[in-house]
Design a protein around this ligand. Structure first.
Ligand SMILES: Cc1cc2nc3c(=O)[nH]c(=O)nc-3n(C[C@H](O)[C@H](O)[C@H](O)COP(=O)(O)OP(=O)(O)OC[C@H]3O[C@@H](n4cnc5c(N)ncnc54)[C@H](O)[C@@H]3O)c2cc1C
Length: 420
């Protein structure tokens, strides 16, 4: 059987990609290893993470009807507070502010925090009710891609279902949304360079004694960044990056020892930090690819660029991937070209280059600067934050943080694909 586009991987990127591309009227096949309704690739662990979606990404969610299907309201971020070095306490904390750099939104939020499980469910609901395109969507859950080859101008996909039954499908274009260890990228010889040092992120939910006032906090410690994203009430989503061994020690510690470690790392500006969720470990293996397209193949989301979570940009890049590819496809279809026409993947490769290379260099660079540099370099960088806080460059950074600045696409502007 033949389809316009086969999307491999039905995580947050694959589902969003399917939703964005159906708006172009293309026929879509979505193949995912997970069985329908599962929210995680790991049998025992649900995805308890949250995702910070920038203002442009949220416009895209609204335009495609995904926001309406979120069960919990997204928490707006009105302020970002960044600090360098160990948290101060007592008199020292009163003498020196605990923040080196901060951004305050004037009226509209800079970004929003959503639960991954809620977002995945909202995307699934939205896809089931797609009505704006003229195309179709077919979802094969519990199905694995086992092989891929170019065959007379089409892509041939070998797949295997949960009962071990093998078959093949043909597609004009394959869109890889199959994560960091992408099989599609491997079959298409699109190599990745993995970065060191290897770190682990501890993810959990904390409840603070004081109100977070819709602030996103980021503290750069010599061991790795400690980030708190605001959630409803006085809850905050924790992403604490540490060397693998230190993370294992903290994961094994009892709740009280873990809370004490959080307080030690973050400081006391929000009062006591109670553990309000289970602790999960996410091994971080940032990687970057020189090219993200080949004949009949494009990569998106973590398959194209697995970023360090330091600035919460990974999924925002995936949203931009989907928005840009939808524009490339819509323009080609308007000219009567097939979904496999080379102009589509060539335009996508060119349009994604600046943002993905810039974001990858920025996130890994910031992490390495604070983790690997001698103390005096870290202090200079911290002082740089304080200077930056008073400079006009800050406006440029905040525009980039809001999204849609390095990638221009109709959906990020709140319009349908292909619209100017
Ligand atoms: C701790 C942490 C915090 C983060 N916080 C943020 C944040 O605040 N903001 C932000 O923008 N980003 C954030 N990110 C990044 C974001 O979570 C990822 O970019 C995003 O989840 C990647 O989704 P994906 O769908 O591309 O990949 P994955 O989630 O890896 O999904 C891949 C999918 O492909 C399927 N698959 C794989 N191989 C095959 C195959 N052979 N056949 C069929 N199916 C297959 C899998 O089953 C899976 O469903 C964070 C990341 C981490 C680790």
């Amino acid at each position: 059987m033949r389809t316009d586009i086969a999307i491999i991987g039905g995580g947050l990127t694959g589902l969003m990609m399917a939703r964005a591309l159906t708006a172009t009227g293309a026929d879509i096949l979505l193949v995912d290893r997970q069985s329908a309704g599962r929210l995680s690739d790991t049998d025992s662990l649900p995805d308890e993470r949250t995702t910070t979606i920038n203002a442009a990404g949220m416009r895209m969610l609204q335009t495609l009807g995904v926001e309406d299907n979120l069960q919990q309201e997204a928490t707006p971020i009105m302020r970002i507070a960044v600090a360098e070095g160990a948290a101060l306490s007592g008199l020292a904390a009163r003498r020196r502010p605990n923040t080196d750099l901060s951004w305050q939104a004037s009226d509209t939020p800079m970004a929003y925090v959503v639960s991954n499980a809620d977002l995945q469910a909202a995307l699934t609901t939205t896809l089931a009710a797609v009505s704006d395109g003229f195309g179709s969507i077919e979802i094969l859950s519990g199905t694995v891609l086992t092989g891929m080859a170019r065959d007379a101008g089409s892509m041939r996909l070998d797949i295997e279902d949960a009962h071990g039954k093998r078959s093949h499908r043909l597609a004009d274009l394959v869109v890889a949304c199959d994560g960091n260890n992408s099989k599609v990228a491997e079959f298409a010889n699109l190599a990745a360079r993995q970065e060191r040092p290897f770190q682990t992120a501890i993810v959990s939910v904390l409840q603070a004694e004081r109100d977070h006032e819709n602030t996103a906090f980021q503290r750069f410690l010599p061991t790795g960044p400690f980030a708190l994203m605001p959630m409803s009430g006085q809850h905050l989503s924790l992403v604490w990056t540490l060397p693998d061994d230190d993370a294992q020690t903290l994961l094994a510690a009892d709740d009280q020892a873990f809370e004490a470690a959080c307080l030690d790392a973050f400081g006391q500006s929000l009062g006591y930090l109670h553990l309000a969720g289970q602790r999960l470990a996410w091994p971080l293996r940032p990687s970057i690819r020189k090219r993200i397209t080949g004949a009949g193949v494009v990569l998106a989301g973590d398959a194209a660029h697995a970023l360090h979570p330091v600035a919460g940009q990974g999924y925002n890049l995936a949203l931009a991937d989907a928005a840009v590819l939808a524009d490339c496809l819509a323009r080609a279809r308007a000219r009567g070209l097939s979904s496999g026409h080379p102009s589509i993947w060539q335009a996508y490769e060119a349009a994604r280059r600046t943002e993905r290379l810039a974001m990858s260099a920025a996130t890994s660079g910031i992490n390495q600067l604070f983790v690997r540099s001698p103390a005096f370099v870290r202090r200079m960088a911290g002082a740089g934050f304080a200077v930056l806080d008073k400079s006009p460059v800050k406006t440029v950074f905040s525009r980039i943080a809001e999204g849609g600045e390095l990638a221009d696409a109709a959906l990020l502007r709140g319009k349908f694909p292909g619209t100017l």
